[in-house]
Design a protein around this ligand. Sequence first.
Ligand code: ATP
Ligand code: MG
Length: 254
Amino acid sequence: MTVIPRSHPRYRSLVVRAGLAEQMQRGLVVPEGLMAHGRGEAFDYLLGERTSPSAARAERAAAAKLLLAKHPVLSVNGNVAALASREVASVARAIPHLQVEVNLFHRTPRRAELVAGELRAAGVKTVLGVRPTARLRGLASDRSWVDPRGILRADVVLVPLEDGDRAGALVQAGKFVIAVDLNPLSRTAKVAQLPLVDELTRALTRVRREALRLRKEERRTLEKVADAVSGPELRREALRTIQERLLRLSKARA
Ligand code: ATP
Ligand code: MG
């Protein structure tokens, strides 16, 4: 592997890329996942590579919604396992009834095992979806497999970096979908009831922190927090964040 100098201004981004490339060699990440990551990076640039105030509110609402849920599930694909297994494990610890399920767009038994292995190594005790036996309606082939103990019976699903079709099928199946997607224009962000327009590790870290803060609150308080945001408004605010930033930058002298 190439050595990345610490002094490089985009050190973190380069380290993450090298990690993803390595995980692709192992078969955990698919080539399409690298492209999806590139699109995410582009939107993060536009958003200023930090959590916007509206994303922070959305992440607080997400924590409340997950705490209120009967069967909350966090869905994990190859990119999520490669980028944020530790954060997934921390969210699962902060919300003890939350289940973690492997959910692959390009599913093979080996990839499912690799994702599960990554999650277990990071401290996730139970990983569902390694050999799923149920299917979601409205989706073709491999993409429809779900675990009957997990996503099939879930009421709230946290789906980072999900494809628009599958997020839509989850909504059709009556689930409340919380998406993590840096692109406020993507179909995923549009169909999800609660889109978190933020980078994956930042989003999960905040969801965890808010869950720990809100854990002892009464249902009524949690319901208020969860209802304080709306999907269309969050997407508009993300677009406004980008617009205002570009406008400011376009007027700057240097
Ligand atoms: P669709 O319109 O079907 O939702 P898409 O544009 O979302 O398509 P996908 O390949 O389904 O494309 O999803 C990748 C999405 O994940 C992109 O929108 C990208 O912005 C987002 N993304 C990639 N990496 C990250 C990341 N680290 N954190 C948050 N979002 C990310
Ligand atoms: Mg998408």
